[in-house]
Ligand binder design. Structure first.
Ligand SMILES: *Cc1c(COP(=O)(O)O)cnc(C)c1O
Length: 395
């Protein structure tokens, strides 16, 4: 049998590949420390788990859920964004459920990108932006994110010929993998750009609650008129420690929400009602758990900065996400450095190139590991002389 050209056109899912290497090391008996995965290590809050347990016992919830999400779920999502961002959305027409943002991204791309269309995506970025574009027959156009531009794409640098073929602009702040943040001025610019070129702007808002040092992440829908051209993808994965549950929602432009929901209704049958009911408990459960987790992330971030500095890295604390985006030692490629980290120290970190060609020269660290394990990781780096200077000999 032969697989489709479509499948052959995309690489294997990079994190599945990295995980294979991790598993192989574990099989060799290595005590692997995984600083690669962006998955909150703390459990899902008890009030959410309890709501799920109660919902499981009600047979009404065992049937097919309604397309686009339960009324109560969409209502609760709308109330959450109203309260959190002061953004008003109509739960009937401007909200639709998602099986997580990954699904939402793929189906938004399927709904807006045709053969030969351009999707404007950041580089580096969450890998789905690129691969789903290719699966749709479209062409990704990479907008570089660099420390010099504060990890914000330069929209003015996109050639007019590219803008003409573009159908979609994807952005993501707070940002994975760079931990960059955007202010309302940038969002305003992005909205104006989307209006000028008559394209859909899709904001992947995966980390609005994972913010530190007093920083509060905005919704792009706070920009007046944004709803004319914008949808925003929300997920409970990172905000409520629910990565395994698979639930999120999209809000914004009614026409785009309808298009997304229409694609979805042809490929999936929404989210188990008990999970939607559990998510409602998350929206209504207050911020205590969010604050608790953010305290842990700050503690780990500060520890990691201190220890990276001792190893020669010059880094500033980030205001959001549990990621650190660090340069690899001079004279080494990202892949070489990450291979050494695993082979010498038993530490998994993804190379920056996993997120696009612009990630060359960087690696990403996730702070989803407790301080004991984090310290152990740094002790191993010390022991094996993995420092920012280690590549010098090769230059
Ligand atoms: C984690 C993540 C996602 C996927 O989240 P799910 O809702 O679990 O599918 C999407 N985009 C970014 C930027 C992420 O970091």
């Amino acid at each position: 049998m032969e697989v489709s050209r479509r499948l052959k056109s995309i690489p294997p899912y990079i994190f599945a590949e990295i995980d294979k290497k991790r598993q192989a090391a574990v099989a060799r008996g290595v005590d692997v420390i995984n600083l690669g995965i962006g998955d909150p290590d703390e459990p899902t809050p008890k009030h959410i788990v309890d709501a799920m347990k109660a919902a499981l016992d009600n047979p009404v919830n065992h049937h097919y859920p309604p397309f686009g999400g339960m009324k109560e779920y969409k209502q609760a999502a709308a109330e959450y964004v109203q309260e959190r961002f002061n953004v008003k959305v109509d739960p009937d027409t401007e909200v639709t459920s998602l099986i997580g943002s990954k699904e939402g991204l793929h189906n938004t791309i399927m709904a807006f990108i045709d053969q030969g269309d351009i999707n404007l995506i950041p580089d580096p970025a969450y890998p789905v932006y690129k691969t789903s574009t290719i699966l749709a027959g479209g062409e990704p156009y990479f907008m570089p994110l660099t420390p010099e531009n504060n990890f914000l794409p330069d929209l003015d640098a996109i050639p007019e010929s590219v803008c003409k073929k573009a159908k979609l602009l994807l952005i993501n702040y707070p940002n994975n993998p760079t931990a960059g943040i955007a202010d309302l001025a940038f969002f305003e610019k992005a909205v104006a750009f989307a209006k000028k070129h008559d394209i859909l702007l899709c904001h992947d808002l995966s980390y609005p609650e994972m913010t530190f040092d007093g920083y509060i992440a905005p919704s792009i829908l706070q920009i007046p008129g944004a709803k004319d051209v914008t949808i925003e993808l929300h997920t409970l994965s990172k905000s409520f420690n629910m990565t395994g549950w698979r639930i999120g929602f999209a809000i914004g432009n009614a026409q785009a929400i309808k298009a997304l929901a229409s694609i979805k209704s042809n490929v999936d049958t929404d989210i188990f009602k008990a999970i939607q009911i559990a998510a409602i408990a998350g929206f209504k459960g207050g911020r205590e758990h969010i604050d608790h987790c953010n305290k842990l992330y700050v503690e780990r971030r500060d520890l990691a900065i201190k220890r990276f500095k001792e190893l020669g890295w010059d880094i500033q604390p980030s205001k959001a996400t549990f990621y650190m985006w660090l340069p690899v030692p001079k004279g080494m490629t990202s892949a070489e450095f990450c291979t050494e980290m695993l082979d010498k120290a038993g530490i998994v970190v993804p190379p920056g190139t996993a997120y696009g060609p612009g990630g060359e020269g960087f690696f990403r660290v996730s702070l989803c590991t407790n301080v004991e394990r984090l310290n152990e990781a740094f002790d191993r780096m010390v022991k094996h002389a993995i420092t920012f200077d280690m590549g010098k000999a090769r230059v």
